[in-house]
Design a protein. Structure first.
Lengths: 387, 448
C-alpha cells in the first residue's frame, strides 16, 4: 500500500514500479488475502462439518426409532434385541450433575471474581490468578482419577460425618449473619433506643437458640446417612464444580472490570459500604456478563466426559427420590464414551446411531448456549460503552 | 439497618470472596498432594530382592555381585520355609481322611499366600503370566501379603443393623499342634531376610516399557504416545491458528461474514470434547479414511481441531497487544502491509503467541475424550515415528482411565496409576507454568 501511493504520480527515482509489476503485485495481494480468508474460514468449515457429520449419523436413529422413545423412555438396553433406547434417565443424569455443580460453582465463582476484581489488592491478586489457571489446566482424567480413587472411598466410608461437617462449616456463618440481620431489621421500627436495644438482644437470643437447634438437628440427621456407593452424583458434582470454576471466575471477572470506575465512585460518594456498592450497583451492571460466565461454566460441566465416566457409577436410572444425589447416575457424555467401542463394531445399527443422536443433542445445546452467551456479552459491551 | 450490622455485612462479604478463593486453593492442594506424594512412590520406593530379580530378567539390568549374594541370602532363608512345607505335606499324608480334608484346605490357602509373597516355589511349573513369575517387588505390598499369610480375614455379620465389619484371625491357631505352626513366627521374624528390602530409585518407570499390562516396568510407551499426539496436533493447529489470527486482526473488515466467522470460532471452543471424538471417528476415520482404524494421525487431527480456537484467540490477543507505534513506524519507512506483519508485528507478538501455543499443547496432552475413538489403545509398545500414520498408540491420559477403571487388577497397581497421573499432571503444569512465566516477562517488557 505504502509504495503504491509513492510510486503513483512521481515517476522519477527508484520508487517507480512498472505497470506489469504492479498488476503482479495486485494479483499477489488478492491471492494472498484470499488464501488468508480461506484459512480463517477453515474454522467455520470445521464447525459446519462437525454438525453435518454428527447429524448424518444421528438422523438414521430417529428414522429407525422415532423421537418419543428417546426423550421419554427410561429403558436403556441398547445391546438387546429388540433394544431399548430410552435416554430420559441419561439426559436427567446429565442435567442433575450439571445443576449440582452449578449450585456449588456459581456462588463460589462469582464471589471469587468479585474478590479478584474489587477487593483484593494487586499484590495478592497476582498469586490468586495462577491458582485458578492451574485448576483450569489439570487434565480432566486426573480429576476423574482423584474422584474415583480418593474421593469415592472417602465418601463411602465416612459419608455421614463428612456431610455433617460440610453442613456446619458452610452454613453456620450464613445463619449467624441471617440472625444478626433479622434481629436488626425487626427492631428497626422501635423508636426508643433503650427498648430497641432490649428487643434486639432478646431477638438475638431467640433466633440464636432456634438456629443452634436447627444446626444440631440437621447435623445429626446428616451424620446418620450411610452412603452406599461413593461413585455417585454428589461426588461428580463436587469435582465438576471445580472444573467449571475457572471459566466462571475469569469470564465474570472480565464482566465486572468492564463496569466503569465512575459507577463505583458514585455509589461510594452516596455513603454505601463496599458490599452495598458491589451488590446494588456493580453486580446489576455486570449481571449479563456474569450470566454469560455462568452459561459457559455450566457448558463445561455438561460436556465433561472423563470425570463422569469414571466416578458417576454409570447406572442409567432416575434416582429415587428424584433429588437424591447419593445415587449412581449416568450421563450423555459417559454413555457415548463407554458404548462407542462396542457399538462401532456394528456400524449402521440403531445402537451406533443412538450415540450420535446423543452427541447431536450435546452439540445443539452447546451451540445455542454459546450463541446466547456471546449475544449477552456483546450487548453488555454496547450498553456499557454507550453510557 | 444500623451502622454496626452494615459493617459486619461488609466484612463478611469480603470474607466470603476471600474464602472462596482460599477454598479453590485448598481444593487444588487436596487434589495435587495425594497425586504428587503417591506418584513419587512409583519411582522412589522400598524395593525387595524380587524387584531387582525382575529388572535383571526382564530388562537385563542391574546384575552384580551384591544382587547374587542377596539372592543367595534370601534363598537360604526361604529354603527353611519350603522345608517346613514339605515336612507338613508329609504329615498331611499320614493324617486320617477327615482331618486331612480340613487341613488340606487351610494349607492350600497358606501355600497360595506364600506364592503371592515370595513368587513361585521350587518345583512349581513356570507361570504363564509374568506377574506370577516374581514375588512382591515393593516392600509395602510385601507387608500386606505377609499379613494375608499370617491372618485370615473374616466378616462380622452379627449385628444386622450396621455394615459387616472385617476382623482378622491368626492362621497359626488353625495349625496348632502340627509341624506347620512354626512357619508363622518364622515368616514374621525373617520377612526382611527373605525379601531384603532396599530403598530403590527406579528411573526406569519413566523410560521402560511395561511388562504384563503394567504389573512391572514403566510407562515410556504412554509418554511417547502423548508426545506424538500433542506435538502432532500442534503441527496442524499452530500455523493455521496464527494465520487465521493475522487475518482476523489485520485484514478482516467488520460485517456479517466476519462476525459469523467469530461466532464459529467461539462455537468450536464450546463443543464438548467427546463430540470432537465422535467427529474424528465419523470424519477422519470412517469418511476420509486417513488410516485403516485408529491412528496417531487421526487423533492428532482431532486434537488439532479442538485446540484451534484457543490458539486463534491467544494469537489475536498477542497481535492486538503490539503497540500501534510499531506498525506506524514500519509503514512510514515504506514497507508494505505484508512486510510489516511479517517483520515487525509477528516478531513482537511472538512471545504472546507462543504462550497460547504452550497452553494449547498442554491441553492437547491432557485431553482424553477426543482420542478414545481415534487414537488410543490400552496396551501396546512404543511406536516408531514411521508408524504414526497407521498405528494407534497408548497415551497417558487414556491409560490412566484404563488402568484405574478397566484393568483386571486395578487395585494392585495403584502405584503405576499414581505415577502416570503425576507424569501427566507434571507435563501439563510445567507447560502452563512456563506460559505464566513467559507472560509475566512480556507484560514487564511492554511496560518498559
Amino acid at each position: 500500500m505504502a509504495d503504491e501511493s509513492v510510486g503513483g504520480n512521481n515517476r522519477t527515482t527508484a520508487f517507480v514500479i512498472s505497470a506489469r509489476k504492479r498488476t503482479l503485485q495486485k494479483a499477489a495481494k488478492t491471492v494472498g488475502e484470499g488464501l488468508l480468508l480461506g484459512i480463517a474460514s477453515f474454522v467455520a468449515i470445521v464447525v459446519l462439518f462437525i454438525f453435518y457429520f454428527v447429524a448424518r449419523d444421528a438422523v438414521p436413529f430417529f428414522q429407525l426409532r422415532g423421537f418419543s422413545e428417546f426423550f421419554t423412555g427410561t429403558n436403556w438396553y441398547p445391546a438387546d434385541h429388540p433394544g431399548g433406547f430410552g435416554a430420559l434417565a441419561i439426559i436427567y443424569g446429565s442435567l442433575m450433575v450439571t445443576l449440582g455443580s452449578a449450585l456449588i460453582a456459581v456462588p463460589m465463582g462469582v464471589a471469587a471474581a468479585i474478590c479478584l476484581s474489587d477487593i483484593l489488592p494487586f499484590s495478592i491478586r497476582q498469586y490468586a490468578k495462577p491458582v485458578i489457571e492451574m485448576l483450569a489446566a489439570i487434565p480432566s482424567v486426573a480429576f476423574g482419577f482423584f474422584a474415583l480413587v480418593i474421593l469415592a472411598p472417602l465418601l463411602q466410608n465416612n459419608g455421614g460425618p463428612m456431610l455433617m461437617w460440610a453442613w456446619w462449616i458452610l452454613v453456620t456463618p450464613f445463619i449467624v449473619l441471617a440472625v444478626l440481620v433479622a434481629a436488626d431489621l425487626l427492631t428497626n421500627s422501635i423508636k426508643d433506643p433503650k427498648r430497641r436495644q432490649q428487643g434486639y438482644v432478646m431477638l438475638l437470643t431467640v433466633f440464636g437458640l432456634i438456629s443452634v437447634f436447627l444446626l444440631y438437628k440437621v447435623g445429626t440427621l446428616l451424620y446418620a446417612i450411610q452412603i452406599l456407593t461413593g461413585t455417585n452424583a454428589l461426588n461428580v458434582s463436587i469435582i465438576l464444580s471445580f472444573m467449571a470454576l475457572p471459566t466462571i471466575v475469569s469470564v465474570s471477572e472480565d464482566a465486572l472490570q468492564a463496569v466503569g470506575r465512575d459507577i463505583r465512585e458514585g455509589s461510594y460518594a452516596l455513603g454505601a459500604t463496599r458490599a452495598e456498592t458491589i451488590i446494588k450497583t456493580i453486580l446489576p451492571a455486570a449481571s449479563s456478563g456474569i450470566l454469560a460466565a455462568v452459561i459457559l461454566g455450566i457448558m463445561r460441566a455438561l460436556g465433561e466426559t472423563m470425570v463422569v465416566w469414571m466416578a458417576s457409577g454409570n447406572s442409567s436410572h432416575i434416582p429415587e427420590p428424584w433429588f437424591n444425589y447419593l445415587e449412581a447416575i449416568r450421563t450423555l457424555t459417559a454413555t457415548i464414551a463407554g458404548d462407542m467401542g462396542e457399538a462401532d463394531q456394528v456400524t449402521g445399527s440403531a445402537r451406533y446411531h443412538v450415540l450420535f443422536a446423543m452427541g447431536l443433542l450435546l452439540l445443539v445445546i452447546s451451540f445455542i448456549s454459546n450463541l446466547v452467551s456471546e449475544r449477552i456479552v456483546v450487548r453488555q459491551r454496547k450498553i456499557l460503552s454507550g453510557q | 439497618m444500623n451502622i454496626g450490622t452494615r459493617k459486619i455485612l461488609d466484612r463478611s462479604f469480603t470474607a466470603l470472596g476471600i474464602g472462596s478463593i482460599v477454598v479453590m486453593a485448598i481444593a487444588l492442594l487436596i487434589v495435587l498432594v495425594p497425586i504428587v506424594s503417591n506418584g513419587f512412590g512409583a519411582i522412589c520406593f522400598t524395593g525387595t530382592v524380587e524387584h531387582r530379580k525382575m529388572l535383571l530378567h526382564e530388562f537385563r539390568r542391574g546384575g552384580s555381585e551384591s544382587l547374587t549374594s542377596d539372592i543367595a541370602t534370601s534363598d537360604r532363608y526361604r529354603s527353611k520355609v519350603y522345608g517346613m512345607l514339605t515336612q507338613f505335606e508329609a504329615e498331611l499324608d499320614r493324617m486320617e481322611p477327615e482331618k486331612k480334608r480340613e487341613y488340606k484346605e487351610k494349607y492350600t490357602q497358606v501355600r497360595t499366600a506364600l506364592q503371592a509373597l515370595l513368587g513361585p516355589m521350587p518345583g512349581d511349573p513356570e507361570p504363564m503370566l509374568t506377574r506370577f513369575k516374581y514375588g512382591q517387588t515393593r516392600w509395602e505390598k510385601a507387608e500386606e501379603k505377609a499379613h494375608d499369610l499370617l491372618y485370615e480375614s473374616k466378616w462380622d455379620n452379627s449385628n444386622p443393623n450396621v455394615m459387616a465389619k472385617e476382623y482378622f484371625v491368626s492362621r497359626a491357631i488353625g495349625f496348632q499342634g502340627t509341624s506347620l505352626a512354626q512357619l508363622f513366627p518364622y515368616v514374621r521374624e525373617n520377612l526382611e531376610n527373605m525379601l531384603i528390602p532396599k530403598f530403590t530409585v527406579y528411573w526406569g518407570f519413566i523410560t521402560d516399557s511395561s511388562v504384563d499390562s503394567h504389573f512391572f516396568g514403566g510407562i515410556w510407551p504412554e509418554i511417547q504416545g502423548t508426545f506424538f499426539l500433542a506435538v502432532g496436533a500442534m503441527l496442524f493447529a499452530f500455523p493455521l491458528g496464527v494465520i487465521a489470527a493475522v487475518y482476523f486482526t489485520e485484514y478482516a473488515k467488520p460485517g456479517f461474514f466476519n462476525s459469523m466467522l467469530r461466532s464459529a470460532n467461539s462455537t468450536l471452543a464450546g463443543v464438548p470434547s467427546i463430540v470432537f471424538g465422535m467427529f474424528g471417528l465419523a470424519f477422519f476415520i470412517n469418511t476420509l479414511k486417513v488410516s485403516e482404524s485408529k491412528s496417531v494421525l487421526a487423533g492428532a487431527l482431532t486434537l488439532a481441531i479442538m485446540i484451534l480456537p484457543t490458539i486463534i484467540r491467544a494469537a489475536e490477543e498477542a497481535i492486538l497487544a503490539v503497540p500501534k507505534t510499531y506498525r506506524e513506524a514500519s509503514l512510514s519507512l515504506g514497507s508494505t502491509k505484508w512486510n510489516t506483519i511479517a517483520t515487525v508485528i509477528l516478531p513482537a507478538a511472538l512471545p504472546g503467541i507462543l504462550t497460547g501455543g504452550v497452553i494449547s499443547l498442554g491441553r492437547a496432552a491432557g485431553e482424553t475424550a477426543p482420542i478414545i475413538f481415534t487414537a488410543a489403545v490400552s496396551v501396546g509398545s512404543a511406536i516408531g515415528l514411521a508408524d504414526v500414520f497407521s498405528s494407534p498408540t497408548p497415551a497417558l491420559s487414556w491409560n490412566i482411565y484404563n488402568l484405574a477403571s478397566e484393568h483386571e487388577a486395578a487395585s494392585q497397581i495403584r502405584h503405576v496409576q499414581y505415577g502416570m497421573v503425576l507424569s501427566l499432571v507434571t507435563i501439563v503444569l510445567l507447560l502452563n507454568l512456563s506460559a505464566i512465566v513467559l507472560r509475566a516477562r512480556i507484560s514487564k517488557k511492554l511496560k518498559g
